[in-house]
Write a protein that binds this ligand. Structure first.
Ligand SMILES: Nc1ncnc2c1ncn2[C@@H]1O[C@H](COP(=O)(O)OP(=O)(O)OP(=O)(O)O)[C@@H](O)[C@H]1O
Length: 671
């Protein structure tokens, strides 16, 4: 079984290499050309050394004087062979490097492009670490054998030519080659097959050690506050110990095989000298031929190793390739349509949900997999576990959808604000995802200005609506870059206008470098509320005609939230202009707003409230109407109110101390 599996891996690995050669045929030809030149000149050097000894050194020793012309010629021949080898090595190295890095770059681009094409549902089934691993380690693993491949091809050519030249020289000496060359090859194959799983395991252990370290650093707050330092240290030590054992196992194998690989050609040299002495006495070979053949065996050992390098990398390459293919051939992308909405139309858009039903695909339970036996298995999976990330369960492909929304219908009229209210898990975020086409409905339709969102182009979709999510994502860049996202035509005045609308101009104005202030990884230098307002400003800077807020101001003070919403609705008098330092940019024109709301003050600002329970719209109307007509709504809003009042009371006790660092003061400035 293991033998069959190894053979399968070998065949599949050769196919992967075939792909590489088909993708970069010219560079491969250059690399192999260089390698063949190098290897032929290894044989050439053996014959030159043989000739120098047989034709120059021995006669000189015998006659007691050297032939100057012959010595010069010998030197020229030796230098010429060496230069040729240098040239060959240069061509091979350059070609192999070019080929490997070009393939890596090309596949990284393909993979990341594919990530952007695949739908959110696909991303939700795949861990971030795995995606990073696909784009990094798997790409590298797939093309790892490319570096030694031209070398190995040259070695094969060299072995064939060496065998031929041995046969031409003397068939008895050739028998030594017949015994040694296949033995060298077989030893390499055994070595690489034993080494591959050990190296894969060591690689896996490295990834796990770094994963544990990463998790400990990431969760430093929990580790410290819960007194878990000792536990974390032990966890790390155990994993580091496993890595040590895995590496020792690699070293032990190397210790056994490396000397054997060195010794075998030396045994060949000894055999050649023994057999050669007899053949020399019989007059079957000359001294020149004997020295050439003996020298040939001494220089063979190293190049033959290249075949082993390629073989050792094949299982890893196949696994990397399989994982890349899983991404590249994944289906389910949501194709964009061809319809565009007038980009000059700055008027608010109308959003209509018409009898929309939707279900998330559910995953079948993953089959249990036995852990790989360390260092023993030659199975491709064990030998080539994803390199760079720890072994982890991947969410399997979906079996079928579980309904989440049923016949959802409502309208956000142009320029109006509709609040989406409902208990937790009722489907509000799902509705939001459908509104901006992160997912498509199973039944019914979502239209913007009468056009089904499925038929809109990507640019039109992004240019018309903007989603501000509950958890803000802030790039490790400046405030300006976070707002503009390099979109064309957004001036600093526009940035300030958007910040003002989002009630973020106050805290940005007091930052040391204003718009040029770097906000740190994930906006670490900002408070939660500041991050939320920054992402809101980002959405506003694109002048969306439909703004979808998924609890996007939850970390903002309620009064600031009310001011933001009032400003978005077009009531320009309400928002504070705390500093007056903002530019004189035009405020983006009013947009239609769909807002997932939890606060009574937010809900009260809406023109209409859509109340959902268990994925169904169970009430629509003004806040006042619903309070009277829908008991679930009344109970939920009352609960929200109580919770809000409680938070307000807590806030009153937690007045900020004077001298809070500047960047955090935005909350107070704004509030
Ligand atoms: N990616 C997903 N895969 C499978 N089921 C999901 C997924 N996202 C949400 N669900 C399920 O869909 C239902 C609706 O979830 P949704 O997030 O839309 O509710 P919500 O009203 O926004 O909740 P909350 O107020 O807690 O944010 C829930 O039962 C949830 O478990």
């Amino acid at each position: 079984m293991a033998g069959k599996t190894s053979r399968d891996v070998l065949i599949r690995g050769i196919r992967v290499l075939g792909h590489a050669v088909r993708e970069e045929p010219r560079i491969f030809a250059v690399a192999v050309g260089g390698s063949v030149l190098y290897h032929l000149l290894i044989i050439g050097s053996a014959y030159v050394v043989g000739a120098v000894v047989g034709e120059v050194v021995v006669p000189a020793l015998e006659s007691g004087q050297a032939d100057t012309r012959a010595v010069v010629l010998s030197a020229v021949a030796l230098v010429a062979v060496s230069l040729g080898r240098v040239l060959g090595m240069f061509g091979r190295r350059l070609g192999a490097g070019f080929m490997q890095y070009r393939l890596q770059a090309s596949y990284r681009r393909r993979i990341t492009r594919r990530y952007l094409e695949l739908p959110l549902s696909w991303h939700q089934r795949h861990a971030t670490g795995t995606l990073l691993s696909n784009a990094n380690s798997d790409v590298e693993a797939a093309w790892f054998p490319i570096a030694p491949l031209p070398f190995a091809v040259g070695t094969l050519v060299m072995l064939v030519v060496a065998m031929g030249s041995l046969l031409v020289t003397d068939w008895v000496l050739a028998l030594v080659g017949v015994a040694i060359f296949p033995a060298l090859f077989a030893l390499n194959v055994v070595y690489s097959r034993r080494m591959a799983p050990r190296q894969a395991r060591a690689q896996q252990m490295r990834a796990q050690v770094s994963a544990i370290a990463h998790e400990s650093f990431d969760g430093a707050l929990v580790v410290k506050t819960m007194g878990q330092e000792a536990r974390e240290t032990n966890r790390f030590a155990a994993q580091a110990g496993e890595l040590r054992d895995a590496l020792i196992s690699v070293g032990r194998l190397r210790g056994v095989f490396d000397p054997m690989l060195e010794t075998l050609p030396s045994l060949g040299t000894v055999a050649v000298l023994l057999v050669g002495a007899v053949r020399l006495s019989q007059g079957a070979v000359t001294i020149t031929e004997l020295v050439s053949v003996a020298f040939l065996f001494t220089v063979l050992a190293f190049p033959v190793r290249a075949i082993g390098w390629v073989l050792a990398e094949l299982p890893r390459s196949v696994a990397g390739w399989d994982r890349l293919q899983a991404v590249l051939t994944a289906t389910g992308e949501m194709a964009y349509g061809n319809t565009t909405l007038d980009p000059q139309d700055g008027r608010p858009a109308t959003l209509v949900f018409d009898r929309v039903s939707f279900g998330y695909p559910v995953a079948e339970p993953a089959p249990a997999t036995a852990p790989a036996e360390p260092g023993l298995s030659t199975e491709p999976e064990a030998a080539a576990r994803p390199v760079g990330v720890p072994e982890r369960a991947e969410v399997p492909e979906p079996a079928g959808p579980v309904p989440v929304l049923h016949d959802v219908s409502f309208t956000v009229p142009a320029g109006r604000t509709v609040a989406l209210v409902g208990p937790t898990g009722s489907g509000k975020s799902t509705i939001v995802s459908l509104a901006v086409r992160l997912v498509d409905p199973d039944a019914g339709s979502v239209t913007v200005d009468g056009v089904d969102v499925r038929s809109l182009t990507a640019a039109s979709l992004a240019g018309t609506s903007a989603l501000v999510a509950q958890v803000p994502f802030v790039f490790d860049d400046t405030i300006r870059a976070n707002v503009t996202l390099d979109r064309e035509g957004i001036t600093d005045d526009d940035v300030w206008a958007a910040l003002r609308l989002a009630e973020a101009d106050g805290f940005v104005a007091v930052l040391p470098d204003g718009l040029d202030t770097l906000v740190g990884e994930r906006g670490a230098a900002l408070s939660g509320g500041q991050r939320q307002r920054l992402t809101l400003a980002r959405a506003l800077a694109g002048r969306p005609r439909l703004l979808v807020l998924d609890d996007a101001t939850s970390a903002v003070d309620p009064r600031v939230e009310a001011a933001i919403l009032a400003a978005l609705r077009g009531d320009r008098s309400t928002p504070s202009d705390a500093t007056g330092t903002a530019g004189a940019g035009e405020l983006p024109p009013g947009a239609s707003i769909l807002v997932v709301a939890y606060r009574r003050a937010t809900i009260a600002l809406a023109d209409e409230v859509v109340y959902v329970e268990h994925g169904r719209v169970v009430g629509r109307g003004t806040h006042a109407t619903l309070l009277g007509s829908t008991p679930g709504y009344a109970a939920l809003v009352t609960a929200y109110e109580r919770a809000e009042a409680e938070r307000e009371r807590e806030r009153a006790y937690e007045e900020p101390a004077p001298g809070t660092p500047a960047i955090r003061q935005g909350e107070e400035v704004d509030a």
